[in-house]
Design a protein around this ligand. Structure first.
Ligand SMILES: [Zn+2]
Ligand SMILES: [Zn+2]
Length: 380
């Protein structure tokens, strides 16, 4: 069948919306009519060539939700008509990382994702002339339809609008995972979050849910700080105005700094700030993705004060297994993803969304692919 999709033909060049061929789902695969997809910084990183230049041509998009249209042989957990959210690491459950509880680092899923192919090493997407087109992170949901591994399809309950469910599979899993699985925030603690975009806002909401007494939101955009306050921040620090955010966080949190800092920007200076603003014994969690080749300098003597700096990828847990609980938190109102959405657009508007991300403006942009199914709010 044919599908319209936003294609990255060359790193560093704009996406082009094109008609592609989409082959039917093979064994263990699912065909989904995409309803909505979030535009994430990782899509932009790949488009700008920051993650290497091996994966073009490729359809981007890794955070989304839609309706199952067909399933391949051996798929039992979903069937036609089911609504699903996407999990972009379709973990195998059997490799050493999966067995050790790190499904986010699944070895075969990571290998396929790094090459832009599905589980059999090939793609279902191609140009009309037959040249293969790759799938970003097993999902490739900046398209009307996508074929994904069955393990990437997480069933949704009735009632949750798909434009909200679309954000679970990256920003919610990542932001909440950083708080719950890596920082392990406890009631009464203090948490500083550097970078209040789609993922940072979920880390803020997650920190409040974990019972943090003080949640300091740090960003250079006052609009994002307002949004952060609505989602649970207790204090805000505007960065980029010449004042040192590290000193402000230490002042607000006392006792030598915050118990935890979560960095969601991916720059050496903000990673350093996260490490500097935690108290002795505190933990800095790096969620932001830095371009390939970037290094960070840290004051090594600080390690004698039991400071920890930890990496975090896709929530550092078992994303697909955790998603039903996170979806339940959206359903009962404990989590508010709507508050993290600043813009709605269509496939042609993704470039403008990338430009907003480059400038650090706005929060999540949601690409609406199927307006009827997305269940959009009335104001747009
Ligand atoms: Zn993402
Ligand atoms: Zn595995």
């Amino acid at each position: 069948m044919r599908t319209r999709a936003a294609v990255l033909r060359q790193m560093g060049s704009p996406l082009t919306v094109e008609e592609l061929e989409l082959a039917p789902p093979g064994p263990g695969e699912v065909l989904v009519r995409v309803a909505a997809a979030g535009v994430c910084h990782s899509d932009l990183h790949l488009a700008d060539g920051h993650l290497g230049s091996e994966r073009q041509p490729i359809v981007l998009g890794h955070e989304g939700a839609g309706t199952v249209e067909a399933v391949g042989a051996g798929v039992a957990h979903v069937s036609g008509g089911d609504r699903v959210a996407f999990c972009f690491v379709p973990s195998c459950g059997a490799c050493t990382q999966c067995r050790a509880g790190h499904a986010n680092l699944c070895v075969p899923a990571g290998e396929h994702n790094s090459r832009g192919v599905l589980g059999d090493g090939t793609t279902r997407l191609s140009f009309p002339g037959g040249e293969p087109v790759k799938h970003f992170l097993s999902v490739a949901c900046f398209a009307e339809r996508c074929v994904i591994p069955a393990a990437a399809a997480v069933p949704l309950p009735a009632g949750l609008p798909l434009w909200q469910a679309a954000l679970v599979g990256c920003s919610v899993v990542t932001g909440l995972g950083a708080v719950r699985n890596v920082a392990r925030v406890r009631p009464g603690q203090s948490v500083a979050v550097i970078g209040c975009g789609g993922v940072g806002l979920q880390a803020i909401a997650g920190a409040r849910l974990a019972g943090a007494a003080r949640v300091v939101a740090i960003d250079r955009d006052p609009g994002k700080l307002e949004r952060a306050m609505r989602l649970g921040a207790t204090d805000t620090v505007l960065s980029g105005d010449g004042r040192d955010p590290v000193a402000r966080v230490r002042e607000l949190c006392g006792d030598g700094g915050a118990d935890h800092a979560i960095e969601v920007v991916g720059r050496p200076d903000t990673i350093r700030q996260a490490f500097d603003m935690i108290r002795p014994g505190g933990t800095a969690v790096v969620v932001g993705i830095a371009p390939s080749g970037v290094e960070v300098a840290l004051p090594a003597l600080d390690f004698v004060s039991d400071k920890t700096i930890a990496g975090c990828f896709y929530g550092s847990g078992n994303p697909a297994a955790e998603m039903p609980e996170l979806i339940g938190m959206l359903m009962d109102g404990r989590l508010d993803v709507a508050g993290a959405v600043s813009d709605f657009t269509d496939l042609d508007g993704i470039e403008a969304a990338f430009e907003r991300l480059r400038r650090g403006q706005g929060a999540r942009t949601v690409v609406v692919l199927d307006e009827g199914a997305a269940g959009l709010p009335e104001m747009i």
